[in-house]
Write a protein that binds this ligand. Structure first.
Ligand SMILES: [Zn+2]
Length: 275
């Protein structure tokens, strides 16, 4: 595990409180099925650093030179309202009793993120279709590479991956899903660019080698375990559950590591798509 904890300052605490007030007014439940846009853009920026020359050239072919992965990364969430059939593609709901991933049980009719990502990689890899028909599959891959690492996307079905669990953050009510999706990232006192640069610098060759191993199923189960052990596992009792500083610090560290993995593995997915 890479340590990404940062020293907190009193200034940071003030920003936390002020931001939480703001968040309680501006956070929108429509982002229920995704990392928020910040998470996806950060993952896109990290992934860009690890693309193979072949993957870069395919992306340039589809989306133009100097493609901004971070701009493509949020498209799949933006179209969810117009295309509600795509909503289940962003997550995988695992029963609390599960001890391993069972695609028949957890992903009926292939209608989940793990199966859809595999499907779109297959379509993009064959490249037998017209260029215009491949833009959407590639944009779905770019988005799902990020969502595959949002712990609560692999959470329990009965609580709508955390959106049915009321919590309190700095005196403000929200759902656990919202905390993991966007609230913690929005509390960051760095700019998005500073945050991305710091994360990009922390990917060592060893971490990259380690995180690039495995299959979509392995990554899905690993993300589920993070949800069980941290997102749910460290929750206080009571209702609403009041999140303390310890929970937030741990969640922040885990979220940063998941964003890093998401960036490295999104690049890996694209590199495997066009070997
Ligand atoms: Zn999503």
């Amino acid at each position: 595990m890479v340590s990404l904890r940062r020293t907190r300052t009193s200034k940071h605490v003030k920003v936390l409180v002020l931001s939480a007030v703001l968040i309680s007014f501006i956070s929108l439940p429509v982002a229920a099925n995704a990392w928020g846009p910040i998470g996806h853009r950060v993952i896109g920026r990290i992934a860009k650093q690890h693309l193979s020359p072949k993957a870069k050239s395919r992306l340039n072919f589809y989306f133009g030179k100097n493609v901004a992965l971070e701009e493509l990364a949020t498209w799949a969430d933006e179209i969810q309202k117009q295309r509600p059939e795509t909503a289940p593609w962003h997550h995988l709901r695992i029963a609390p009793s599960a001890t391993s991933l069972d695609m028949e049980r957890d992903c009926p009719e292939g209608n989940c993120i793990t199966a859809k990502t595999r499907l779109f990689v297959g379509i993009a890899r064959l490249a037998l279709r017209r260029k215009s028909d491949l833009l959407e599959p590639v944009k779905f891959i770019v988005h799902f590479g990020g969502d595959l690492h949002q712990p609560l996307h692999f959470g329990h079905s009965q609580d709508q991956h955390g959106w049915d669990i009321p919590v309190e953050l700095n005196g403000h009510s929200m759902s656990l899903g919202e905390v993991w999706n966007s609230a913690i990232l929005e509390l960051n006192d760095e700019t998005e660019e500073e945050f991305s640069r710091r994360l990009i610098r922390s990917v060592t060759p060893e971490l990259k080698r380690e995180w690039s191993k495995g299959t979509l199923r392995d990554w899905s189960w690993e993300t589920h375990l993070v949800a069980i052990r941290v997102a749910y596992g460290l929750l206080p009792t009571g209702s609403p559950k009041v999140l303390d500083e310890m929970y937030l610090e741990r969640a922040r560290g885990v979220i940063e590591e998941q964003l890093l993995k998401g960036g490295v593995r999104l690049a890996e997915l694209l590199n495997r798509t066009w070997p």
